[in-house]
Design a protein around this ligand. Sequence first.
Ligand code: ATP
Length: 300
Amino acid sequence: MVGALNADLGIRVDRLPAPGETVAGRDVHVLPGGKASNQAVAAARLGGSVRLVGAVGDDENGRMLREHSAAAGVDVSFVAVLPEVPTGQAIIPVDDDGENAIILVPGANGAITPAGIPAEAYVDAAVVCLSLEVPMAVVQRAAARALMAGARVVLNPSPFQPLPPSLLDATDVLIVNELEAGQLLGVPVDLDSGGVEALCSALAPHGITRLVVTRGAAGAVVIDGDEVTQLAATRVDAVDTTGAGDAFTGAVAVGLAEGRSLAEAAAEASVVAAFSATRRGAQPSYPTAAELAEFRAERA
Ligand code: ATP
């Protein structure tokens, strides 16, 4: 997993402040986050052999993130500690309806350079997972290195930004939510009426024939060549869907690395993501393989 590690500073508020307004906050808590960090922890909890590639500052948040990832079984030896910048932070007020606003402070994530990641980071990787909370030049270099190492590239273009053609050319599997699918096409996408075909046509020139569009509680659409699978979400009483998308991506990466088809990997991932929605937080909500087996057995 190549990308960002963030300390998520969550704050409960009665309502999100309007511009210029001051509101009272409560229940301030710091949790490990960042897309690559989340995806790495999700994959490692499931038993995947995971290397996390990124950077933190030489500070308390950086130590917390490294320790938390390592405790989940992630190899953090390629998480650089940059002395001159703080660890990335996401400041996230959440109101009583669960609505949030996010201020992302890139810190060390924004200071990674393409040359700053050693080529050894990619050795023996079956799958390299990329997300976009680090500079695009780093993502592009990582994709090129992944190909050189014989790994398959899974791209989760979030937060969305225009994608260089060379990055798309290097991508084996694209994982987007519905909003990102629309941003990719430049128009809102209707998956029930022509959206799948429009996405496939836009991606075909880049050789991408495998993609997943996630749809929150409505499940996901999996496209693998001519095969289109509508995946229903596992029904749960969701308490917090934060990081469900990262749980999904991490689990897909594990499935692909284990040689499963995209449809099989995504079906498993949707159970993992649903499990994560039944617990608070992102990383603390991700199941181990044993917890997942129990969750399945309860539903069988
Ligand atoms: P986020 O940015 O919140 O992490 P996302 O927008 O990237 O998420 P979603 O489409 O919201 O991704 O969710 C990813 C997957 O998680 C869905 O395809 C689904 O399988 C599962 N999921 C999300 N929300 C729920 C829910 N309420 N109940 C069951 N499964 C869910």
